[in-house]
Design a protein around this ligand. Structure first.
Ligand SMILES: Cc1cc2nc3c(=O)[nH]c(=O)nc-3n(C[C@H](O)[C@H](O)[C@H](O)COP(=O)(O)O)c2cc1C
Length: 148
């Protein structure tokens, strides 16, 4: 069975909800999934993954969460050539319209530098996944799982 590995950064739980939903949907679609919070993880975690999933909120003015900085610095040094990846972002498009989900967008650029292949554009969610955004996230996970 194909192995998906999810790392997420979440302060108040919104991104965690998105990561949980993605995990459950991938599992229901037949994938094996392992998931870690970014402060408990390191870049080597993805070494044996068939699919890389990274989920993050954005803080400050479009900033990467501090607890994710070392992790992403180490990711930048990795060679994940050909490995597929998906990035999920949670942000707030009303309060932070100009920097909506910037940390997720920046993370996707870092994964691209490793040679990994972006399976879908960064999936952006307003705060917790609800309604159409929730449905879209489930749909994305189903589509991604079909590739394995
Ligand atoms: C101090 C602060 C700064 C924020 N800055 C941004 C931002 O620049 N861009 C954005 O899209 N969201 C921003 N947000 C919104 C959070 O990213 C959003 O609420 C997210 O859902 C939090 O995720 P979490 O519950 O997983 O911690 C900010 C929130 C706080 C509290």
């Amino acid at each position: 069975m194909a192995l998906a590995k999810i790392v997420y950064a979440s302060m108040t739980g919104n991104t965690e909800q998105a990561a949980d939903l993605f995990e459950e949907t991938l599992q229901a679609s037949g994938m094996t999934v392992e998931k870690e919070q970014v402060d408990d993880s390191d870049a080597d975690f993805y070494d044996d993954a068939d699919l890389i999933v990274y989920a993050t909120y954005t803080t400050g003015m479009g900033d990467t969460p501090e607890e994710a900085e070392d992790f992403l610095d180490d990711i930048e040094e990795k060679d994940f050539s050909g490995k597929p990846f998906v990035v999920i972002g949670s942000g707030d498009s009303e309060m932070h319209e100009d920097t909506f989900c910037f940390a997720a967008i920046d993370a996707a650029k870092i994964f691209e530098k490793t040679g990994a292949k972006e399976l879908a554009p960064v999936y952006k969610i307003n705060n917790a996944p609800e309604g159409e955004e929730k449905d879209g996230l489930i749909e994305l996970a189903k589509e991604v799982a079909k590739k394995f």
